[in-house]
Design a protein around this ligand. Structure first.
Ligand SMILES: Cc1cc2nc3c(=O)[nH]c(=O)nc-3n(C[C@H](O)[C@H](O)[C@H](O)COP(=O)(O)OP(=O)(O)OC[C@H]3O[C@@H](n4cnc5c(N)ncnc54)[C@H](O)[C@@H]3O)c2cc1C
Length: 373
């Protein structure tokens, strides 16, 4: 069977893109090498906010803010279409020891991000003052990753999309600047349009299809604790460490940024370090052991800016990748931008920063040092 769109990679990026196309009446199949949503999109924390946005280029913030503005409605529509509960929760975030606090506040004011005095219940946390400011960001939300991915998959299938698991893309057949077929371990599929959404593996490309410039795996280790519901009811962030409460009492603690290739192993020293740091923020975590410890591979790209563009070598191949630390946050706006590029309609925001050419330039800067710095 021929599909209008063949998407390679069934994480949050491929699924969001597929759903957007299905809503437009297109036929979609998603080829997934393993199980749907079992890689980075499963492993992540689900905070819907860059950490911290004023420290990133505006192009990352713009895409994130667009996503954040639509997220509640996007999730509601997904749940209404396929059932399930992604556990979207506007739980707020307490950012502690924020350096250059006035610059951060000014950024929030300029971008419509609310900053309010922290609610008194949060003063039960240990004192955190050593120079930086405390910022309470009441509108920061989260989703529960495995549940978001399950809901997305259900919505895709409810709209007639096909998810093909255990189906690794292994190569392409090409003719006159177009990919005519995708070769996979489950057979050969005639190609209408192909979307590369292979996350941390996007830099590898496929035989005959060049990989995305400078996307590489960056490992992140996470700990999961089980507390009584209500012990923590907001995200807490301090100096690169975050605690994410779930409504049922689970608390996620993350994470690390490790350049370790495609190795998803975890280690005891990191477990101990994360545990001690988390207990410093929330003493209740010091008296319990983690119930789970895992690692995932983020699709790392310079400045966290994804690549959302047509492939330079083929008219009918598009890229949606390199979302690094914020692929869950960026999913709706990235899919929206990609579909606008595919359809040749007005893009919802300037697409240039997410283009292949801009990615090449960032890759060069990352390798040689940014001359402008
Ligand atoms: C520890 C950690 C914490 C994180 N926390 C957050 C957070 O709080 N908020 C946030 O917004 N983001 C967070 N992220 C980042 C976010 O999870 C990722 O950016 C996002 O999941 C990327 O989604 P993806 O679909 O592009 O990649 P993936 O979910 O990795 O999906 C890519 C898929 O492509 C498949 N694939 C690869 N090659 C092939 C092939 N040849 N054929 C077929 N299939 C193939 C893979 O098997 C995989 O399933 C975190 C990530 C980690 C690891």
């Amino acid at each position: 069977m021929q599909y209008d769109f063949l998407i390679i990679g069934c994480g949050v990026t491929g699924l969001s893109c597929g759903l957007n196309l299905l809503r437009r009446g297109r036929s979609v199949a998603i080829a997934e090498r393993g199980l749907a949503g079992a890689e980075s999109s499963w492993a992540g924390g689900g905070i819907l906010f860059p950490l911290l946005p004023w420290d990133y280029p505006e192009s990352l913030a713009r895409l994130a803010l667009r996503s954040m503005a639509t997220y509640a409605g996007w999730v509601a529509e997904i749940e209404a279409t396929g059932g399930g509960d992604a556990e979207y929760w506007r739980c707020g975030m307490l950012a502690l020891n924020v350096g250059e606090g006035e610059r951060a506040r000014a950024w929030c004011a300029a971008h419509g991000v609310a900053v309010e005095p922290a609610p008194s219940r949060l003063f039960t946390l240990p004192p955190q003052g050593d120079g930086g400011q405390t910022l309470w960001l009441p509108d920061v939300a989260q989703v529960r990753n495995p549940r978001l991915v399950a809901a997305l998959r259900a919505a895709v299938e409810a709209r007639g999309g096909r998810v093909i698991e255990q189906c690794a893309a292994t190569g392409v057949r090409t003719q006159s600047g177009r990919v005519t077929a995708l070769e996979t371990t489950a057979g050969t599929f005639a190609a209408g349009t192909v979307v590369l959404a292979t996350g941390a593996w996007s830099g590898l490309g496929l035989p005959g299809l060049a990989g995305v410039p400078n996307v590489r795996p960056i490992r992140g280790q996470m700990l999961l604790f089980r507390l009584e519901p209500g012990v923590l009811d907001t995200i807490v962030y301090r100096d690169g460490l975050y605690l994410i409460p779930r409504r049922d009492g689970h608390v996620l603690v993350g994470s690390t940024l490790e350049d370790a290739g495609f190795d998803k192993s975890t280690d005891a020293a990191t477990r101990a370090r994360l545990h001690a740091a988390a207990a410093g923020l929330l003493p209740a975590l010091g008296t319990v052991q983690p119930v789970q410890h895992w690692a995932g591979l983020r699709p790392g790209a310079p400045d966290n800016i994804p690549i959302i563009d047509r492939h330079p070598d083929f008219d009918n191949v598009f890229i949606n990748s390199g979302h690094f630390r914020y692929g869950v946050t960026l999913a709706p706006a990235s899919a929206e931008l990609l579909v606008a590029l595919m359809e040749g309609t007005t893009t919802p925001l300037d697409a240039a920063p997410y283009g292949w050419q801009a990615a090449l330039e960032r890759a060069w800067d990352a390798e040689h040092g940014d001359a402008s710095g």
